[in-house]
Design a protein around this ligand. Structure first.
Ligand code: PHE
Length: 414
């Protein structure tokens, strides 16, 4: 018998047909890894904060927000896919777990902060593998200026100084135009102001990338840091950009950014301003800087993980032995014409097995021509990061997964 409400951070929330948070997710909410001394995510946060010494540094906002705040206030259209219950976690119809730190832009601008960084845990329903976890950490940065000539002159001065600093460093930047027909300035903005602000955003982040990755690559002329700027789209910025960093032969997406939409600043009641914002994922960057091979490790309480880190220091993680993995397949018929969503399957597995699930892959899918039912087969790869799993233990967990599948989703095991 389930209670008709959930207790989260000391408050009661009634559940309804929209509720899809699982106990495994709720258990993460109080942990706030980005504030735990000597945790790599906390050290990385502090390192980024030190790049913006005159910004307000925020890190204690509750992850519970209204869908209005997470989406509508930021100009997301009513039919945006991120709103779906298959993509986001809902406490109930009126309350969800934030999917990004941008959810706090309006309230922080409204209280009068013009230069700020905000670090927080964010939640997204996703597949399971070594680099995806339904809870991760983001850092939002924003800076707004007076939209007048005197203030833009100052920004240009700042830009010249930052450009000089970059010219002396081992960094190669592949740029994209600050504004263009496909990445336009906003109608209410003087295009020249928009260009100056976009340039300031890029310069500020290029120097941040150099600070973060300059030791990994970019230490020498033979091995320069490579950063590229790509035109992007976000409902709450224009122009918009993504930043990628070249690491071990691959371009890695590091952050999203852009010139803040006027509507956001209007809602926040700050007239006469223009500025930029960015949002970056901390785990991705920390995995590179510390050589942490699996995203689950950030949640580990094993002394062999914890004891390797020291407050304020970036060191190379030495993996303790990799324990053997064990995979199990499950095939089933989805009920009627409705195929079970992969994210529903992943949340179920995560809830039963916790962090001993390393990845989940859909390995087969077909629709029966007569009954039109969908047959699905998933392969679950089990591996603990702390110990060897026994076959009996894995069989037992797999049996629980199968039982829950039948009970919760009414599937027919094949
Ligand atoms: N919130 C966006 C994301 O999570 C990133 C972003 C932040 C983009 C700020 C633009 C401005 O993908």
């Amino acid at each position: 018998q389930l209670p008709s409400y959930l207790k989260i951070l000391g408050e009661k929330y009634p559940i309804d047909g929209t509720t899809n948070v699982t106990p495994a997710i709720l258990a993460k909410i109080p942990l706030r890894l980005h504030t735990q001394k000597s945790h790599p995510l906390n050290t990385l946060r502090c390192l980024i904060e030190s790049h913006y010494p005159d910004f307000t540094h925020l890190s204690s906002f509750s992850p519970l927000v209204t869908p209005y705040k997470n989406f509508d206030e930021l100009s997301f259209p009513p039919d945006h896919p991120g709103r779906a219950v298959t993509d986001s976690y809902y406490i109930n119809r009126g309350m969800m777990l934030r999917t990004h730190t941008s959810a706090h832009e309006v309230e922080v601008f409204r209280r009068g902060d013009t230069k700020w960084l905000l670090t927080a845990d964010v939640y997204r329903r996703d597949e399971i593998d070594g680099s995806h976890y339904p809870v991760f950490h983001q850092m939002e940065g924003a800076c707004i200026f007076d939209a007048n000539e005197a203030s833009m002159k100052e920004v240009e001065g700042d830009n010249a100084r930052l450009a000089q600093q970059l010219a002396r460093s081992n960094i190669i930047i592949e740029d994209t135009p600050h504004i263009s027909p496909s990445n336009p300035p906003q109608p209410t903005h003087d295009p020249r102001h928009s260009r100056i602000v976009a340039e300031n955003l890029k310069l500020s982040l290029n120097t941040l990338m150099l600070k973060l990755f300059g030791g990994v690559a970019g230490a020498s002329t033979e091995n320069p840091l490579r950063v590229r700027w790509i035109e992007a789209y976000f409902p709450f910025t224009s122009p918009s950009f993504e930043v990628e960093v070249f690491f071990q032969g691959k371009w890695l997406e590091i952050l999203g950014s852009g010139v803040v939409r006027q509507a956001t600043l209007d809602t926040a009641n700050v007239p006469g301003k223009i500025g930029w914002a960015f949002g970056l994922g901390l785990e991705r960057i920390a995995m590179i800087l510390y050589s942490i091979p699996d995203i689950r490790l950030f949640w580990s309480t094993d002394a062999r993980f914890i004891s390797q880190f020291e407050e304020g220091k970036i060191t190379t993680f030495t993996p303790y032995s990799k324990y053997p993995s064990c995979f199990k397949d499950v095939s089933f018929w989805s009920p009627q014409n409705e195929a079970l969503h992969e994210n529903d399957f992943c949340d179920l597995v995560r809830d039963v097995a916790g962090d001993i699930v390393e990845d989940v892959k859909e390995i087969d899918r077909f629709v029966h021509p007569k009954t039109e039912r969908t047959s699905l087969c998933f392969r679950i790869n089990y591996r603990s990061m702390d110990r060897s799993l026994s076959n009996d233990e894995v069989n037992d967990i797999q049996a629980q997964v199968v039982t829950r599948l039948k009970d919760q989703f009414g599937v027919e095991i094949r």
